[in-house]
Design a protein around this ligand. Structure first.
Ligand code: SF4
Length: 92
């Protein structure tokens, strides 16, 4: 099944004021950051009208892709959501 189909079965509990992923403020995004526009399976990354990259964590499935690609260079800060928040996987 496509990821989007699977996402239908997930629920996301947003933790207001505690986003678990933050994009470092930037003028020009790195190519790694730009790649997240197409690489994030949950389409959490978007470009604003200044071509800066923003992240909206609701819907994030915590796959870790952006962490692997962007965290080491400091483009983002990534942590798991606090207990009880974030993606709630429903199996079956
Ligand atoms: Fe997207 Fe995965 Fe990063 Fe969540 S962890 S924002 S789903 S790439």
């Amino acid at each position: 099944a496509r990821v989007e189909d699977r996402l239908f079965y997930n629920r996301y509990l947003l933790d207001p004021g505690h986003p678990h992923i933050k994009v470092r403020p930037h003028t020009m995004p790195s190519s790694e950051l730009v790649s997240m526009l197409t690489t994030c399976p949950a389409h959490c990354y978007v470009a604003n009208d200044k071509h800066q990259i923003e992240v909206a964590v609701d819907g994030c499935i915590e796959c870790g892709t952006c962490r692997v690609i962007c965290e080491e260079r400091g483009d983002i800060e990534w942590s798991y959501p606090r207990g009880g928040y974030g993606v709630l996987f429903k199996f079956g």
